[in-house]
Design a protein around this ligand. Structure first.
Ligand code: SAM
Length: 358
């Protein structure tokens, strides 16, 4: 076989000394760029090594990672285009606004450098996902609420984008970790109020703590009882987590929505929580609720996200959906060699709006 010629390009230039358009880069993100540079170099090296050993699938995956990361950097940290004083929704320029309106986004969480506590939570979303949508649906210093705060990815995103944050989380360990996570990044000016509790009691907590009316909700509730379901004999992510001693689910609390087995009861309880949030939301405020459809043990698809969207649409205006795609997630060979079962690596980010008058 003819040996493959090594390509002539290299990625060893110092990005920070590259000629950059000054207008294009927000100065405070210079350090993100230099931090990213070593990560990009590492991935590029892996991509090329895989290419040279003819592991084309791995090489493609690494190159896609580079492309996805750069795209996200473009969306989150570059400041290009013109502002419009009539913009009442967010602080984006026209160009940034346009980018954010694409109905899908690829965002992968980082696996290598996250702490044990983050790994211990079985289903957190990356702060950059929340950051991306918080930037679109709010202005700086407005209030963001997450009724299923988990380990504080929304709170972290709110701080990164200079928004105030209110959150409720049932599991005391996760709630505590969320608070600690924010303390590390606290910039004094922004408030972050994270409570251990049941989001069925949101109004009481909100009132007692004198939190202002909320501008935007972004959250991912438990995806029904999905985490309680075993994946047969295949080595699933869930099983690997178990072997490593991480939490497989959120716990046994009777208040945990992930412990409701009856789908109708789960959906009614979830919709009920959001219905009651009208009392703390500003008129016309947006809600983004991240969910997935799922597959039962019997192999039937249960369109959880769609059913929720329809029920929730009875109380809020259902606006649209965004699809969040994960490109680097672990692939399980479910069903092989007899049955069709897909790797579900997309989530529905359902967007609702509070009516004009509460
Ligand atoms: C999908 S996770 C949210 C993860 C979060 N987005 C993050 O990135 O860390 C759902 C969370 O809802 C919490 N939860 C379940 N039932 C709850 C309830 N009734 N009130 C408040 N939190 C609840 C669970 O403990 C779990 O941490």
């Amino acid at each position: 076989m003819t040996p493959i010629q090594k390509p002539k390009f290299h990625f060893d230039k110092d990005l920070s000394s590259e000629k950059k358009s000054e207008k294009a880069l927000v100065p405070e993100f210079e350090k993100v760029i230099s931090f990213k540079q070593s990560e990009l170099n590492e991935t590029l090296k892996n991509a090329l090594d895989s290419f040279h050993t003819l592991d084309i699938a791995q090489s493609a995956k690494e190159f896609r990672k580079i492309a996805n990361d750069l795209k996200l950097m473009e969306l989150l940290i570059t400041d290009k285009g013109k502002h419009n004083s009539k913009n009442s929704l967010n602080d984006l320029t026209g160009k940034q606004w346009l980018q954010h309106t694409k109905s899908w986004v690829i965002i992968d969480g980082k696996s290598g450098d996250i702490s044990k506590q983050i790994k211990n939570h079985p289903a957190s979303y990356p702060p950059s996902l929340a950051e991306y949508y918080i930037s679109y649906f709010t202005k700086a210093e407005e209030w963001v609420f997450d009724p299923f705060m988990g380990i504080g990815s929304t709170a972290q995103a709110a701080f990164n984008t200079h928004r105030n944050c209110f959150g409720i989380e049932l599991n005391p360990e996760y709630a505590q970790f969320s608070r600690e996570r924010i303390q590390k990044t606290n910039d004094d000016k922004m408030r972050s109020n994270i409570f251990t509790g049941d989001s069925r009691n949101t109004f009481k907590i909100w009132k007692e703590n004198k939190i202002p009316p909320i501008d935007f909700i972004i959250t991912s509730p438990p995806y029904w009882n999905m985490l309680k379901k075993s994946r047969g004999g295949v080595k699933s992510n869930q099983k690997l987590r178990m072997e490593q001693g991480f939490d497989e689910d959120y716990g046994d609390s009777k208040y945990d929505l992930g412990n409701i087995d009856d789908l109708t009861h789960y959906l009614d309880s979830l919709v009920d929580i959001f219905k009651n949030l009208k009392r703390i939301l500003k008129p016309k405020a947006h809600l983004m609720i991240v969910l997935q459809n799922c597959r039962t043990k019997e192999g039937k698809m249960e369109p959880l996200a769609w059913k929720f969207a329809l029920k929730m649409g009875e109380h809020y205006k259902l606006l649209q959906e965004f699809i969040w795609l994960q490109d680097q997630k672990f692939m399980g060979i479910w069903g092989w060699p007899t049955t069709y079962v897909s790797n579900v690596h997309h989530h529905y980010c359902l967007v609702f709006q509070n009516p004009n008058k509460n």
